[in-house]
Design a binder for this molecule. Structure first.
Ligand code: PMP
Length: 391
């Protein structure tokens, strides 16, 4: 019956990471593979209280259909939080979405025709590659350096007619790389010059545990852009609440695409999130997350320096949830994966993050979801797997 499928599904595969997560379900495996926030830090009691207050205060309307744009109070809080970080946006230019993942789907629906050129970082976020692939664009991969994209490659792609650039400028998934201030400004300028769309995905921006916060690329644009945010990493992903900031006429089209997709994001989830934000200090909660992840990141870096052969290079991210490792050229992280699974430790091989099929020697490590003891043991095991592979 496979002839029943639309042609576009031929180019899309199940998320490689979700497949890996099945292998790592074995409780003896220490997994640095998932991209999960640390569940110890979910605000369980406050959410429990907020949900009871929602039902007591607004009753059945929490269970009713609601507007596509999203809860007005929640959008106002999001705008106020941006204002505190120096970005002025109107609540009317915020659209609540079902996770920020949904934005990638609706953005693709609104902007991508088959064959359109889409610039993406190399490595790039797998969820975006998957969401966009359904619309059959032509990906143009540009190198990601330690301070952001290779600007010459970006300009060349734009000269050759690329329509948009999707990027994660803060603590990127998968590499942990962040754009420098200079590159943020330069990217904004290039996107303005070529009248191209910049899709700025920022679920990790608030999780900076060292260095200085930097303004979004969006804030440097003279022409309209798209800025995506999410409560998944600063509160809890199970709510599936994200948002997109976009001006007219992008905003209206995104609303139409979302309406066609799910009418609106869960009313009750939005009501509870709003109540939580109104009655709790999320900034101090984010502070706790940063403090914990910062320690875990430092421990992972220290352990890698002790236990990995020195030929392995890593990024040392200033925030977020991931760091990125590179084996010597020509050594395959898939081969390492096979050895590591036998040694009961897991990670995500890098290749699926490269739309051009390179990246064979790279891999991603998650530090948010393991305590320091697990990090120590897991990195020791992985160091020994790497030594076995290189012997
Ligand atoms: N963008 C990036 C870069 C991500 O890493 C993730 C989560 N893995 C998402 C978007 C989706 O997050 P959510 O839908 O939970 O907001």
């Amino acid at each position: 019956m496979s002839e029943l499928f639309a042609r576009r599904m031929g180019t899309v595969h199940r998320s490689f990471i979700r497949e890996i997560l099945k292998v790592t379900a074995d409780p003896e495996i220490i997994s640095f593979a998932g991209g999960l926030p640390n569940p110890d830090l979910f605000p369980l009691e406050s959410m429990d209280r907020a949900s009871r207050e929602v039902f007591a205060n607004i009753g059945a309307s929490a269970l009713q259909y609601s507007t596509t744009e999203g809860d007005a109070g929640l959008r106002t809080i999001i705008a106020e939080r941006y204002a505190k970080r120096g970005l002025s946006v109107s609540p009317d230019s915020i659209l609540i979405t079902t996770g920020s993942q949904q934005i990638l789907d609706i953005v693709a629906k609104v902007f991508l025709d088959k064959g359109d050129k889409v610039v993406i970082e190399r490595p790039g976020y797998l969820g975006a590659i998957q969401a966009f692939s359904i619309f059959e664009p032509e990906f143009v991969a540009i190198s990601l350096e330690s301070d952001g994209p290779d600007l010459a490659e970006l300009e060349q792609a734009l000269q050759q007619g690329a329509k948009c650039f999707y990027a994660v400028p803060n603590f990127q998934n998968p590499s942990g790389v962040s754009y420098s201030l200079e590159k943020r400004k330069a990217v904004a300028k290039l996107m303005d010059t070529y009248d191209a769309l910049f899709i700025e995905d920022d679920p990790y921006g608030e999780l900076r545990f060292m260095g200085e916060d930097l303004p979004s690329v969006y804030s440097f644009r003279e022409k309209p852009g798209i800025l995506c945010g999410s409560f998944s990493k600063i509160a809890a992903p199970g709510f599936r609440i994200g948002w997109v900031v976009a001006e007219s006429p992008f905003y209206e089209k995104l609303v139409i695409a979302k309406q066609a997709s799910d009418l609106h994001t869960s009313t009750v989830a939005q009501a509870i999130m709003r109540r939580y934000l109104e009655t709790n200090d999320i900034e101090s909660h984010v502070g706790l997350i940063k403090e914990r992840y910062g320690r875990q990141r430092q421990h992972m870096v220290d352990m890698i320096q002790q236990h990995f052969p020195s030929v392995v290079n890593i990024t040392e991210p200033e925030g977020g949830m991931f760091l990125w490792a590179a084996l010597p050229e020509g050594v395959s992280s898939m081969d390492l994966f096979d050895i590591a699974i036998k040694d009961k430790v897991a990670f995500v091989p890098g290749r699926p993050f490269y739309v051009d099929g390179t990246g064979e020697n790279t891999f991603r490590l998650n530090f948010s979801n393991s305590d320091e003891q697990k990090i120590e043991e897991g990195i020791k095991r992985l160091g020994s797997s790497i030594s076995t592979l290189l012997d």
